[in-house]
Ligand binder design. Sequence first.
Ligand code: PGA
Length: 244
Amino acid sequence: MEILVEKDYKNMSKKAAFLIREAIKEKPDLILGLATGSTPIGTYEELIRMHKEEGLDFSKVTTFNLDEYYGLSPEDSQSYRYFMEDTLFKHINIKKENTHVPDGLVKEPNEYGKIYDKMIEEQGGIDIQILGIGRNGHIAFNEPDDELILSTHLTGLTEDTIEANSRFFDSIDKVPTTAITMGLGTIMKAKKIILMANGKNKTEIMGELLKGEKVSTKLPASLLLLHPDVTIIMDEEAAELYKK
Ligand code: PGA
Protein backbone atom coordinates (compact mmCIF):
# COMPACT_ATOMS: atom_id res chain seq x y z
CA MET A 1 0.00 0.00 0.00
CA GLU A 2 1.25 3.41 -0.89
CA ILE A 3 0.15 6.33 1.27
CA LEU A 4 0.60 9.84 -0.04
CA VAL A 5 -0.11 12.99 1.94
CA GLU A 6 -0.57 16.10 -0.18
CA LYS A 7 -0.73 19.65 1.08
CA ASP A 8 -4.35 20.32 0.21
CA TYR A 9 -7.37 19.21 -1.82
CA LYS A 10 -6.00 20.68 -5.03
CA ASN A 11 -2.73 18.78 -4.78
CA MET A 12 -4.52 15.58 -3.80
CA SER A 13 -6.75 15.92 -6.88
CA LYS A 14 -3.81 16.67 -9.17
CA LYS A 15 -1.93 13.63 -7.93
CA ALA A 16 -4.88 11.32 -8.62
CA ALA A 17 -5.43 12.84 -12.07
CA PHE A 18 -1.72 12.46 -12.81
CA LEU A 19 -1.87 8.72 -12.01
CA ILE A 20 -4.94 8.33 -14.25
CA ARG A 21 -3.29 10.28 -17.08
CA GLU A 22 -0.18 8.10 -16.95
CA ALA A 23 -2.35 4.97 -17.00
CA ILE A 24 -4.32 6.22 -20.05
CA LYS A 25 -1.07 7.01 -21.85
CA GLU A 26 0.16 3.51 -21.20
CA LYS A 27 -3.19 1.87 -22.01
CA PRO A 28 -5.47 4.10 -24.12
CA ASP A 29 -8.37 1.65 -23.70
CA LEU A 30 -8.16 1.85 -19.91
CA ILE A 31 -11.10 0.50 -17.89
CA LEU A 32 -11.65 3.12 -15.23
CA GLY A 33 -13.83 2.75 -12.15
CA LEU A 34 -15.36 6.06 -11.09
CA ALA A 35 -16.93 7.49 -7.96
CA THR A 36 -19.32 10.33 -7.20
CA GLY A 37 -19.47 12.64 -4.17
CA SER A 38 -17.41 15.72 -3.34
CA THR A 39 -14.04 13.98 -3.13
CA PRO A 40 -13.35 13.23 -6.82
CA ILE A 41 -14.68 16.51 -8.25
CA GLY A 42 -11.21 18.14 -8.23
CA THR A 43 -9.74 15.08 -9.93
CA TYR A 44 -12.37 15.29 -12.66
CA GLU A 45 -11.67 19.02 -13.10
CA GLU A 46 -7.99 18.26 -13.54
CA LEU A 47 -8.72 15.48 -16.05
CA ILE A 48 -10.90 17.92 -18.01
CA ARG A 49 -8.03 20.42 -18.00
CA MET A 50 -5.65 17.70 -19.22
CA HIS A 51 -8.08 16.85 -22.01
CA LYS A 52 -8.55 20.47 -23.09
CA GLU A 53 -4.99 21.72 -22.69
CA GLU A 54 -2.88 18.63 -23.23
CA GLY A 55 -5.13 16.59 -25.50
CA LEU A 56 -5.57 13.70 -23.05
CA ASP A 57 -7.62 11.27 -25.12
CA PHE A 58 -10.61 9.45 -23.61
CA SER A 59 -11.96 8.11 -26.90
CA LYS A 60 -11.02 4.51 -26.10
CA VAL A 61 -11.54 4.68 -22.32
CA THR A 62 -14.40 2.74 -20.72
CA THR A 63 -15.81 3.68 -17.32
CA PHE A 64 -17.87 1.90 -14.67
CA ASN A 65 -19.34 3.85 -11.78
CA LEU A 66 -19.60 2.44 -8.29
CA ASP A 67 -23.22 3.14 -7.53
CA GLU A 68 -26.56 4.81 -8.20
CA TYR A 69 -29.52 5.77 -6.05
CA TYR A 70 -32.32 3.26 -6.52
CA GLY A 71 -35.46 4.79 -8.02
CA LEU A 72 -33.82 7.80 -9.65
CA SER A 73 -33.84 8.09 -13.42
CA PRO A 74 -30.65 9.06 -15.31
CA GLU A 75 -32.26 12.46 -16.07
CA ASP A 76 -32.91 13.21 -12.39
CA SER A 77 -30.51 15.96 -11.38
CA GLN A 78 -29.77 14.08 -8.14
CA SER A 79 -28.85 10.86 -9.92
CA TYR A 80 -25.25 9.79 -10.15
CA ARG A 81 -25.59 9.38 -13.94
CA TYR A 82 -26.53 13.06 -14.11
CA PHE A 83 -23.64 13.98 -11.81
CA MET A 84 -21.15 12.11 -14.01
CA GLU A 85 -22.44 13.69 -17.22
CA ASP A 86 -22.35 17.13 -15.66
CA THR A 87 -19.06 16.84 -13.80
CA LEU A 88 -16.96 14.87 -16.28
CA PHE A 89 -18.39 13.09 -19.30
CA LYS A 90 -19.78 16.05 -21.24
CA HIS A 91 -16.45 17.89 -20.95
CA ILE A 92 -14.22 15.15 -22.41
CA ASN A 93 -14.22 13.04 -25.56
CA ILE A 94 -15.49 9.84 -23.97
CA LYS A 95 -18.06 7.84 -25.93
CA LYS A 96 -21.40 7.71 -24.14
CA GLU A 97 -21.73 3.99 -24.88
CA ASN A 98 -18.43 3.42 -23.05
CA THR A 99 -19.71 4.95 -19.82
CA HIS A 100 -21.59 2.80 -17.34
CA VAL A 101 -23.48 3.87 -14.24
CA PRO A 102 -25.80 1.35 -12.57
CA ASP A 103 -29.39 1.80 -13.76
CA GLY A 104 -31.44 3.05 -10.82
CA LEU A 105 -34.73 2.05 -12.41
CA VAL A 106 -34.27 -1.68 -12.98
CA LYS A 107 -36.97 -3.96 -11.60
CA GLU A 108 -34.63 -6.73 -10.40
CA PRO A 109 -31.64 -4.86 -8.98
CA ASN A 110 -29.82 -7.92 -7.64
CA GLU A 111 -30.13 -9.78 -10.94
CA TYR A 112 -29.06 -6.61 -12.70
CA GLY A 113 -26.05 -6.39 -10.33
CA LYS A 114 -24.80 -9.73 -11.60
CA ILE A 115 -25.11 -8.49 -15.18
CA TYR A 116 -23.19 -5.31 -14.26
CA ASP A 117 -20.38 -7.39 -12.74
CA LYS A 118 -20.31 -9.62 -15.82
CA MET A 119 -20.01 -6.58 -18.08
CA ILE A 120 -16.97 -5.46 -16.09
CA GLU A 121 -15.46 -8.92 -16.33
CA GLU A 122 -16.08 -9.13 -20.07
CA GLN A 123 -14.18 -5.87 -20.54
CA GLY A 124 -11.21 -7.48 -18.84
CA GLY A 125 -11.81 -6.02 -15.38
CA ILE A 126 -11.28 -2.57 -13.93
CA ASP A 127 -7.71 -1.29 -14.32
CA ILE A 128 -8.00 1.60 -11.86
CA GLN A 129 -10.83 2.15 -9.39
CA ILE A 130 -11.22 5.60 -7.85
CA LEU A 131 -12.76 5.61 -4.37
CA GLY A 132 -13.85 8.10 -1.77
CA ILE A 133 -14.62 6.99 1.77
CA GLY A 134 -17.64 7.70 3.94
CA ARG A 135 -16.99 9.16 7.37
CA ASN A 136 -18.44 5.88 8.67
CA GLY A 137 -15.88 3.91 6.64
CA HIS A 138 -18.19 2.91 3.81
CA ILE A 139 -16.87 2.30 0.32
CA ALA A 140 -19.38 3.05 -2.43
CA PHE A 141 -22.61 2.18 -0.56
CA ASN A 142 -21.17 -0.80 1.27
CA GLU A 143 -22.17 0.33 4.74
CA PRO A 144 -20.74 -1.03 8.02
CA ASP A 145 -22.54 -4.30 8.81
CA ASP A 146 -22.09 -7.84 10.15
CA GLU A 147 -21.68 -9.11 6.60
CA LEU A 148 -20.75 -7.47 3.32
CA ILE A 149 -22.15 -8.60 -0.01
CA LEU A 150 -19.55 -9.32 -2.67
CA SER A 151 -21.37 -8.62 -5.93
CA THR A 152 -23.20 -5.53 -7.17
CA HIS A 153 -26.50 -5.38 -5.28
CA LEU A 154 -29.34 -3.34 -3.83
CA THR A 155 -28.61 -1.98 -0.38
CA GLY A 156 -30.12 0.28 2.28
CA LEU A 157 -28.28 3.43 3.30
CA THR A 158 -27.43 4.11 6.94
CA GLU A 159 -28.79 7.14 8.79
CA ASP A 160 -25.29 8.61 8.81
CA THR A 161 -24.95 8.35 5.03
CA ILE A 162 -28.44 9.74 4.44
CA GLU A 163 -27.56 12.66 6.69
CA ALA A 164 -24.16 13.20 5.00
CA ASN A 165 -25.71 13.12 1.51
CA SER A 166 -28.66 15.34 2.41
CA ARG A 167 -26.48 18.38 1.66
CA PHE A 168 -27.11 17.73 -2.03
CA PHE A 169 -30.92 17.58 -1.62
CA ASP A 170 -33.61 20.15 -0.74
CA SER A 171 -34.40 18.25 2.45
CA ILE A 172 -33.32 15.06 4.18
CA ASP A 173 -36.56 13.22 3.38
CA LYS A 174 -35.78 13.61 -0.34
CA VAL A 175 -32.60 11.48 -0.02
CA PRO A 176 -33.23 7.98 -1.42
CA THR A 177 -32.85 5.31 1.25
CA THR A 178 -31.65 2.54 -1.08
CA ALA A 179 -29.04 2.29 -3.82
CA ILE A 180 -27.43 -0.13 -6.23
CA THR A 181 -23.77 -0.49 -5.36
CA MET A 182 -20.78 -2.48 -6.48
CA GLY A 183 -20.00 -4.98 -3.75
CA LEU A 184 -16.67 -5.32 -1.99
CA GLY A 185 -15.90 -8.35 -4.17
CA THR A 186 -16.40 -6.31 -7.33
CA ILE A 187 -14.28 -3.46 -5.97
CA MET A 188 -11.50 -5.75 -4.73
CA LYS A 189 -11.15 -7.25 -8.22
CA ALA A 190 -9.91 -3.92 -9.59
CA LYS A 191 -6.25 -4.19 -10.53
CA LYS A 192 -5.38 -0.91 -8.87
CA ILE A 193 -7.32 1.16 -6.34
CA ILE A 194 -6.86 4.85 -5.61
CA LEU A 195 -8.65 5.98 -2.46
CA MET A 196 -8.85 9.69 -1.78
CA ALA A 197 -9.80 11.46 1.44
CA ASN A 198 -9.72 15.12 2.28
CA GLY A 199 -10.89 17.49 4.97
CA LYS A 200 -11.48 17.36 8.69
CA ASN A 201 -14.60 15.18 8.47
CA LYS A 202 -12.38 12.33 7.19
CA THR A 203 -9.58 12.70 9.77
CA GLU A 204 -11.03 10.27 12.28
CA ILE A 205 -11.94 7.50 9.85
CA MET A 206 -8.56 7.70 8.09
CA GLY A 207 -6.79 7.52 11.45
CA GLU A 208 -8.84 4.43 12.33
CA LEU A 209 -8.31 2.81 8.92
CA LEU A 210 -4.59 3.43 8.81
CA LYS A 211 -3.91 2.01 12.24
CA GLY A 212 -3.98 -1.00 9.96
CA GLU A 213 -4.29 -3.54 12.73
CA LYS A 214 -7.39 -5.38 11.62
CA VAL A 215 -10.00 -5.76 8.95
CA SER A 216 -13.66 -5.60 9.87
CA THR A 217 -16.94 -5.55 7.99
CA LYS A 218 -17.83 -2.77 10.44
CA LEU A 219 -15.23 -0.70 8.61
CA PRO A 220 -15.73 -1.72 4.97
CA ALA A 221 -12.72 0.29 3.76
CA SER A 222 -10.48 -1.90 5.92
CA LEU A 223 -10.93 -4.73 3.41
CA LEU A 224 -8.76 -2.64 1.10
CA LEU A 225 -5.83 -3.35 3.41
CA LEU A 226 -5.83 -6.83 1.83
CA HIS A 227 -5.61 -5.53 -1.75
CA PRO A 228 -2.18 -5.83 -3.42
CA ASP A 229 -2.18 -2.43 -5.15
CA VAL A 230 -3.81 0.41 -3.25
CA THR A 231 -2.70 4.03 -3.29
CA ILE A 232 -4.23 6.27 -0.65
CA ILE A 233 -4.02 9.98 -1.30
CA MET A 234 -5.00 12.33 1.52
CA ASP A 235 -4.73 16.02 2.17
CA GLU A 236 -3.01 17.13 5.36
CA GLU A 237 -6.30 17.60 7.21
CA ALA A 238 -7.50 14.05 6.57
CA ALA A 239 -4.04 12.73 7.46
CA GLU A 240 -3.87 14.47 10.83
CA LEU A 241 -4.26 11.28 12.89
CA TYR A 242 -2.23 9.15 10.53
CA LYS A 243 1.09 8.15 12.07
CA LYS A 244 3.73 6.91 9.66
P1 PGA B 1 -17.78 12.49 -0.29
O1 PGA B 1 -18.41 11.05 -0.12
O2 PGA B 1 -16.76 12.36 -1.38
O3 PGA B 1 -18.93 13.36 -0.71
O4 PGA B 1 -17.16 12.86 1.01
C1 PGA B 1 -17.58 9.95 -0.04
C2 PGA B 1 -18.40 8.72 0.23
O5 PGA B 1 -19.44 8.82 0.88
O6 PGA B 1 -17.97 7.63 -0.20
